[in-house]
Ligand binder design. Structure first.
Ligand SMILES: CC(C)(COP(=O)(O)OP(=O)(O)OC[C@H]1O[C@@H](n2cnc3c(N)ncnc32)[C@H](O)[C@@H]1OP(=O)(O)O)[C@@H](O)C(=O)NCCC(=O)NCCS
Length: 145
């Protein structure tokens, strides 16, 4: 199944999806470095991914697929799309924080890394510094040049 993902700017709808998935929404004012992309079906957002581009590093966050659309490969395509989009903007390494999807991202090539070695720009994001709980695992993946 081919899926096209597009920029999404309807913050209240994104928040509703994320809240329904148990993901945080506190820092969602659109900043220059924060992009949301996703898929709408019948005007409803069924999948979303956010990424904050910070020079050669980026933080993937808010990866969510609504319950009725899971298990169809949309999440994997969404992450792959975020990776290629970030790479096209000059990003070399992606980071993400997760409390319960470690195995999911591990299967997509992400590896756990120590918080002690995270670049300062990632460390300073609200997701990293205040929003995600301290027990959230930090994972990263190098993007092909
Ligand atoms: C995680 C999520 C995005 C996956 O979306 P999806 O479209 O269903 O994923 P895919 O169809 O690409 O992959 C489905 C596979 O991933 C597995 N999977 C789904 N969530 C998982 C999790 N949290 N941990 C481990 N594996 C998981 C499924 O069991 C399925 O396995 P299978 O292929 O062996 O049957 C979706 O379940 C979701 O929105 N969860 C709530 C929000 C969340 O936890 N986001 C991630 C942290 S930001």
């Amino acid at each position: 199944m081919s899926i096209e993902f597009n920029p999404i700017s309807e913050l209240s709808e994104i928040k509703a999806l994320l809240e329904g998935c148990g993901l945080p929404t506190e820092d969602m004012d659109l900043k220059k470095s924060l992009y949301f992309y996703g898929k709408k079906i019948d005007s409803m957002i069924v999948a979303v991914v956010g990424f904050e581009i910070l020079g050669r590093n980026a933080l993937i966050r808010s990866v969510a697929v609504s319950a009725g659309y899971r298990g169809k490969g949309i999440g994997k395509r969404l992450v792959s799309f975020a990776e290629s989009t970030a790479a096209s903007k000059g990003v070399e390494k992606l980071y993400l924080l997760t409390t319960d999807a470690h195995d999911y991202f591990c299967a997509l090539g992400y590896r756990s890394v120590s918080r002690a070695v995270v670049p300062e720009a990632i460390e300073n994001t609200q997701q990293f510094s205040t929003i995600c709980p301290s027990n959230a695992l930090l994972m990263s993946k190098e993007l092909p040049c």
